[in-house]
Design a protein around this ligand. Structure first.
Ligand code: ASP
Length: 367
């Protein structure tokens, strides 16, 4: 990783000040410059808060980003979200504290959030244009770089469990629709009647959107920026375990009113989810089309590896500069191999929280 050293190998022009120096003086100057460059911290060590030593464990979660305006949030609703995030963190932290794997922590934490109707994943999934629920999820193991993903499944209670089964029990990475459900049945993954995913609130949101479309004389408008109160609500988790293994997972119902088996970034490895022990684990939430186009989760990893950026520098640049410039609303959670966490978002809020030994925090708005 670059420490800002001078390029000794460059031929100096005849009139360059250094070429006019006596050889002894020149070598002294070069030695002094070299020592100075060694003292200069590399970008990845430039952060006072970042830990140089690996934590025994670390876990972070998100419950989606979007329009989470304080004015429309009631104290009861806020308390319900904070409680759900807290319970999810307890599940993951308990596994990690007992020496369990980051993959188990990610899968079980997300499974809990999939059962909670507050979030747009599993039970609380949003409705498609036709009034159905189509679920997407993915998981990645930072140690082996193996990954599993499912898209547009309609009867799987915990899509994250199916994604893990794809990773561990098939030769593939990405299964969709009926085929994925067939694979689930063959591998003992729990299925439910699609009614399980019905929630009144999400149904009402679809009806409002359909009415708005009708008024505008337009169908299939998925642009959340056109929908004042658009809320995301995907769930995700990144974790580091006691063996130094990172894992990441994400699960969603996608976007309300989606059509044509639309898939967002959530089940796309490298867009919504990515993990590699050499740098970081990442889970994204937001306007999926943008996260796919800019391979956001993989880009967090790439900037760390190729540019030597810290996890915060990389994640911050992508979410609050690149995505903002491109018009992509959302956020992400990212964790480096020492357990340092970044949770940037460019929307009004993002349900999120983390737990490390002796430290726990749950947040919704910007702090
Ligand atoms: N990224 C998800 C999608 O586009 C939505 C979300 O994060 O809320 O399907």
């Amino acid at each position: 990783m670059g420490g800002g050293g001078i390029p000794f190998f460059l031929p100096l022009g005849k009139n360059h000040p250094l070429s006019l120096m006596k050889p002894f003086l020149l070598s002294t100057v070069l030695l002094a410059l070299f020592l100075h460059s060694c003292q200069k911290p590399s970008p990845s060590t430039n952060q006072t808060t970042a830990l140089e030593k690996r934590l025994p464990y670390s876990i972070a979660i998100h419950g989606g980003a979007g329009t989470l305006s304080k004015t429309t949030m009631t104290p009861e609703k806020e308390a319900a979200y904070l409680n759900a995030l807290d319970s999810a963190l307890i599940i993951g932290e308990t596994i990690l504290k007992a020496g369990g794997s980051s993959l188990d922590a990610v899968e079980k934490t997300i499974s809990y959030l999939e059962d909670c109707p507050l979030f747009n994943a599993g039970r609380g999934a949003v409705f498609t244009h036709e009034g159905k629920n189509e679920l997407d999820a993915s998981i990645m193991d930072g140690a082996t770089q193996k990954a599993g993903a499912v898209g547009s499944v309609m009867t799987i209670k915990h899509p994250i469990q199916l994604a893990r089964a794809v990773m561990e029990k098939s030769a593939h990475v990405f299964l969709t629709g009926r085929g994925a459900e067939q694979f689930a049945a063959e591998n003992g993954i729990e299925s439910v009647d699609p009614k399980w995913f019905y929630t009144q609130e999400r149904w009402n949101t679809l009806q409002e959107m359909l009415a708005e479309e009708k008024a505008k004389g337009k169908t299939g408008d998925l642009d959340p920026l056109q929908n004042r109160d658009y809320k995301f609500g995907t769930v995700g988790c990144v974790a580091l375990d006691n063996n130094g293994n990172l894992a990441a997972g994400t699960s969603t119902g996608g976007m309300t009113n989606k059509r044509w088996n639309r898939l967002g970034d959530t089940p796309v490895i490298g867009a919504g989810t990515y993990a590699s022990n050499d740098a970081c684990a990442v889970s994204c939430t937001g306007h999926g089309e943008f996260f796919i186009r800019y391979a956001v989760a993989h880009d967090v990893w790439a900037r760390m590896i190729y540019k030597g950026e810290s996890v915060s520098e990389s994640a911050e640049f992508i979410v609050n500069k690149k995505l903002v410039e491109k018009g992509g609303e959302g956020g992400l959670i990212a964790m480096d191999k020492n357990g340092n966490i970044a949770m940037p978002f460019n929307s009004e809020g993002m349900y999120r929280g983390y737990a490390k030994p002796g430290e726990k925090k749950i947040m919704i708005y910007k702090e």
